[in-house]
Every structure is written in structure tokens, then in C-alpha cells.
Design a protein around this ligand. Sequence first.
Ligand SMILES: Nc1nc2c(c(=O)[nH]1)N[C@H]1C(S)=C(S)[C@@H](COP(=O)(O)O)O[C@H]1N2
Ligand SMILES: [Mo]
Length: 424
Amino acid sequence: MTDDPITTGTSRRAFLRGTAAAGAGLMAAATTARAEGPDPLITDVQPWASEFGDPVDAAPYGAPIRFESHVVRRNVEWLTESPVSSINFTPIHALEGTITPQGCAFERHHSGAIELSKADYRLMINGLVETPLVFTYEDLTRFPRHVMTAFCECAANGGMEWGGAQLEGCQFTQGMIHNMEYTGVLLRDLLAEAGVKPEGKWVYVEGADASSNGRSIPLEKAMDDVMVAFFANGEALRKEHGYPVRLVVPGFEGNMWIKWLRRIGIYDQAVEGREETSKYTDMMPDGRARKWTWLMDAKSVITSPSPQAPIRHGAGPLVITGLAWSGHGKVARVDVSVDGGKTWAPARLSGDVKSKALTRFHYDMNWDGQEMFIMSRCIDETGYVQPTKQALRDIRGVNNVYHNNSIQVWWVHADGEVENVEIA
Ligand SMILES: Nc1nc2c(c(=O)[nH]1)N[C@H]1C(S)=C(S)[C@@H](COP(=O)(O)O)O[C@H]1N2
Ligand SMILES: [Mo]
């Protein structure tokens, strides 16, 4: 199951063979990367070198080149009854680094994505405050601005996998997540402007869409790092992510990240919105429920190789890569196992490790071409270790939907194809 056109059309393999031998040094010895006779991609003048390319104004706002058209959000049609109250998945198997482009970042709407202009935008703060306030979009831009990167993970991410390995691809098993660099103002600065009364303990937030998606956030969190954001990855939020203003609640489950934010109400207790929800609780096997499980525990997944990103180059040097994150802070370490969990070795954490944001890891190995069971486990700065699926089931049972942060196992076959499996 793959949708990557890398081996179709051009003779990219031949190109790699022809060039890699020269500079690869250490690696070259173990690969098949060496010249095998004349390669027209090296010896012949190609069409793209014989004529002009596109003029600068061909696309005032650019889209990915057509060769990357498979890197898109996808949904699982049987999952929800209606596409306006539904979810789709980030193609994490095909992305690198840590930032999720808005155009392929998963979407979750309870009543569809609405079109709300900056001119029509209003944000009200009321409830237990000294001065109830209404802000226009312009008003918000006059508060001190901050920049932060944070992951947003739906609490249902991995939910379909509780009972057993089900979906072929990390896009579907772990793709209800995105990670963006936001610019906006701190919620605490807006709350200070209104003046929270001493009785105020909970911050109720709701959106302008029909569902409103009303949720309550503890005041301590609201006064800590919650952002009222209007830019993501350097540009205005996209409509589907809450244009013109959304809430960013680092480390907390996605459903509290209110899009098209319209009201902030201060109360002495937690209240919920129009959309009746049990999102704050997870059912336990004995019928009791875990309450207030909004903090996202440490998790990781190998994004490549994975079912949608099989190994195409045969034995030899292999780069295993993936993502790790924790709602409790920074990722401290990621271990990788290629023998089904018998032995583990630390992966490299590439780039900056940011708190409550995605961290990229790489694990460089020499693959002998035999089948292997590969998995990753995240350890965060609190010392918490990502559990196996069985360990999680032992505690929470199988009737769960939310907060499956267990270890993902991929079965890599000798031909390079990869399958979603569980091992006992
Ligand atoms: N107003 C509003 N905010 C919302 C929702 C919604 O339906 N309406 N869905 C929530 C849920 S459940 C999630 S997981 C995140 C998803 O954000 P995204 O669509 O940017 O991925 O938005 C949250 N904020
Ligand atoms: Mo969600």
C-alpha cells in the first residue's frame, strides 16, 4: 500500500547509482550505489535544460509541484457519518522535519469549517471579570505578540487501534496531529485587561461555528502558556484551522484548541458547550471513568519506513525516521528497536527539541535485508516512558477511544513492504 510515485516515470534509481558513489565515502561500501555504465540523466542534455522554465508570476501563491500530489490529507470514510462532523489525517509518512504545512494538516470539525472575515470577527470576554470586553481583530493585534511552536493532537488519535492493529499507515494510525509555529497574543494578557475576579477558576472558550465546541480550561493553564493565535507557519491561519483566530493550548488535547474563537467566559466551575460531550473522560474496564485527561502523554511513531513508505532500495544503509512528542514538556530521548522490542538503542534527536512540540528523530542503520519488527518509544523530560499497547490495555481495557499513546510496531518484510502489526 503505497502512493509515492518515486519509482515511476524517471530513472531516479539509475541517477542515484551514478552519483552517490562519488561522495558517499563510508556509506558507499555498503550500498549498491556505483556507476553501471552511461546514464542518460548524466550524459545527455535534458529538456529542462534546453528551454526556459516558468516566469516568476506563474503562481502568485504557490502549490506543491505535481510530483508531490500524493502528499495530502486523507480520511477514512466509514469512520464518521457525515463529512461536516468528521476528521481527516496528516500525511506524516511523507513529511520530514517537524513543521506541518497548513495545507495538509489534519482537520477536525464538529459542524464544518466556517468562513469568518476579520471585519466580522469579534471576541467577547465575560463572566467573572471586572470589565466585560469585546475585541475586534484589530484590537487583538495591539497586544504584545509572541511566537511558539506546539503540536495539536486529537484525543482520538490512534483510537481505532485499541482493539488490534487495523489501519495500514501512520497517516491513519497516528495522523490526527499537526505541529505549527504560531504567532499571537497570550490569553493571560487579554484576561488581565478584563480583570479576573478571585472567584474565577475556569475559563470557558467557544467558537463561532454552529457546534461552538465549548470547552472549559483550568484558570492556571489559561494564565500559563495559552495563546490566542492568528498566524500559523508565518501566514494567516487557514479557514479550516480557525481563521482568523484560534486558541493554542500547548500539551492539551486538540478539542480544547477552539477555532474561530468568539467567547471567553470566566466561571467558578467547568461548563460545557452546546455540543454535549464526554471528552473529558475515558471509560475504564470496570465501568469507572478517568476524568480530566486533557494532557497528552508522551508518544512517538516511526513515520518511515511505514506501510505507506516502504523500503525501495534494498539492503544496506537505511534511515529510520519518526516523530516524538509529549504534552508534559520536552522529549528527552527516543529509543528504537528493530528486533520487536528485545533490544533498544537511542535515536538521534534532529534539530531543536522544543517543549510540547514535535521532535524529529533519525536512526541510521545497516539493514541486512531480512524481515524486522521496528518500533520507537519516547521518554519525556519527566522520565515517563511510552507504554506498549498491552501495558495500556492492562490498565484501561479495550473499550477505549481516547488517549492511545502506545508503541506502534511495524513489520518490515524482506521485500521492503511494511505492515501494521502487534506483537505480544
Ligand atoms: N470551533 C471549533 N473548534 C474546534 C473544533 C470544532 O469543531 N469547532 N474541533 C476541535 C477538535 S476535536 C480538534 S482535534 C481540533 C482540531 O484542529 P484542526 O482542525 O486545526 O486540526 O480543533 C478543535 N477546535
Ligand atoms: Mo479532537
